[in-house]
Design a protein around this ligand. Structure first.
Ligand code: SAH
Ligand code: SF4
Ligand code: F3S
Length: 473
């Protein structure tokens, strides 16, 4: 899964947020009621599915890897762009045949699209039995019981407190080496293009102790890398009621880093308005906190950034990048961009290109603007950039990023990189893949190494997406 997720340097439009991440897996045959769970969307949704699987398993249900064997099918959905929702609609059409063959099968829609469309989904998609939002997963067993009683069931209540802190996630599709830890939920930022504040509710941070406990358990179970997840990790804020201490992201990062020097720490996503130098100094101080920051710019134009309600401008963003480069030399930097936002002129677009030229990102996720119902932008601005222009600008951004990725990767040649092995390469049984500190995929001959090992690799060639090399002693 991770190779798929990370190997693509130029992740075009839906690949990240629209990808099917996983299905829950395990054996079958002991008479338990079987469920199949598949996930679309971001890492946070993936992490949520691990919570859902934990809740269902505790209830005595059993996961299966083939949906045709299941009596209950759950689809964890994404609403970030229109085509993310279209992917789910197409999938529902495929699931219709299951319902024909097994009229008692339960079909449940989870996640952001469920939260966005609520009852409408039950009306529009007659085959759905359950609609459940991201804060209501503890109620899923009750909703199943309700459906067994002959009623469609819905719970889309958002919460100000729910963080699922006490639930031990079941690791899905795991490579046994890398795992996600959700540290906060929701978002208070209200970027004008974004549906997330409506689908995931208010921002809240998870109990620090439960995060450290989860990291420690993962390490003890052989995991060697954790990625701390939140929409805006820099605004992590949690009050320890026992000591009265107010815990910041910097402090949390430090505590997780102390679990073991052999446990790598990554995090996502950083927000330019909140990323402070203190965090950068902490990254620089600990070897096991990876030198990699995903700092979405969205646009290089201050006019567009204002309309997007990103609350920073071009100069502010550049200053943050300068700080990263000064405090963490050699830090990997990636971004997200949106092409064709409301009113974007050719000059605005050129400013995005010039920002890319100035930063020279290692990697980028690049999107076309997709208007989302109910967002600030939909209410206030006209989605006035023709589709053809959006595509043209996106393509220009993608080509430029390809050049930069290739250039940045070439700079890694003839250098030794510490790589954490994640598995056998898809290209060949005789090769392994892992990532370096800067989050770049590295492929090298298998020799005697295996998943979870740290290996020093001398890189000798690259593409724009991948580094290739040999083990050095
Ligand atoms: N919290 C993160 C991003 C979450 S969504 C942040 O603030 O950076 C991931 C990415 O999807 C965003 O960074 C943005 O580039 C893209 N995105 C969000 N809404 C979009 C929309 N309506 N159209 C196109 N891209 C969008
Ligand atoms: Fe959406 Fe902005 Fe929140 Fe990111 S920070 S999730 S883009 S509202
Ligand atoms: Fe999609 Fe929801 Fe994530 S809208 S990107 S699954 S937070």
């Amino acid at each position: 899964m991770n190779e798929k997720l990370h190997s693509s340097t130029t992740n075009i439009d839906e690949k990240r947020q629209g990808e099917v991440f996983s299905s829950a897996k395990s054996g079958a045959g002991n008479g338990k009621r079987k469920y199949y769970l598949e996930t679309y969307g971001c890492q946070m949704n993936f992490s949520d599915s691990e919570i859902v699987a934990s809740i269902l398993n505790k209830e005595g249900y059993e996961s299966v890897s083939d949906y045709k064997e299941a009596e209950m099918i759950f689809v964890n959905t994404c609403a970030i762009r229109e085509n993310a929702e279209q992917t789910v609609r197409n999938r529902l059409n495929e699931l219709r045949s299951i319902k024909k063959k097994k009229p008692n099968a339960i079909i449940g829609l989870l996640g952001c699209m469920a939260e966005r469309l609520k009852h409408k989904l039950l009306e529009e998609e007659k085959l759905i039995d359950i609609v459940i939002g991201p804060d209501a997963y503890r109620e899923l067993p009750n909703l199943i019981t309700q459906v067994d009683g002959g009623q469609a069931a819905i719970n889309v209540l958002l919460s100000r407190e729910e963080t699922y802190a006490d639930i031990s996630p079941v690791r899905l599709d795991t490579n046994g080496v890398t795992a996600f830890i959700s540290i906060m939920r929701g978002c208070d930022n209200m970027c004008s293009f974004c549906v997330v504040p409506f689908t995931r509710g208010r921002e809240r941070s998870r109990d620090m102790h439960s995060i450290i406990k989860e990291a420690r358990e993962l390490f003890n179970n052989g995991y060697r890398e954790v990625t701390l997840l939140g929409q805006n990790v820099d605004s992590y804020k949690w009050k320890d009621k026992k000591t009265g201490q107010l815990v910041t992201f910097t402090y949390l990062l430090e505590q997780v880093a102390k679990v073991s020097p052999l446990l790598r720490i990554r995090f996502s996503t950083s927000h330019p308005k909140d990323m402070v130098d203190e965090v950068l100094h902490t990254i620089a101080k600990y070897d096991n906190i990876c030198n990699y920051i995903h700092l979405p710019v969205q646009s290089g134009s201050s006019v567009i950034l204002k309309r997007m309600n990103r609350t920073y401008d071009r100069n502010w963003y550049k200053e943050r990048i300068e700080s990263i480069k000064r405090i963490i030399p050699g830090c990997g930097i990636s971004t997200d961009t949106i092409s064709g936002f409301c009113g974007e002129t050719q000059e605005d677009h050129n400013e995005t290109l010039s920002m890319m030229n100035w930063v020279e990102y290692d990697m980028a996720y690049m999107f076309k603007y997709s208007e989302r119902p109910g967002t600030l932008a939909q209410k206030k601005y006209k989605d006035d950039i023709p589709e053809a222009v959006k595509s043209e600008r996106l393509n220009e951004i993608i080509s430029l990023q390809l050049e930069h990725s290739y250039k940045r990767n070439q700079m890694d040649i003839n250098k030794v990189h510490r790589v954490l092995v994640e598995g056998v390469s898809k290209r060949s049984e005789n090769e392994l893949y892992g990532r370096n500190d800067q989050n770049k995929v590295v492929i090298f001959p298998r020799e005697k190494y295996s998943s979870g090992d740290y290996v020093n690799i001398m890189v000798n060639r690259c593409t724009s997406a991948t580094l290739f090399g040999k083990v050095v002693a």
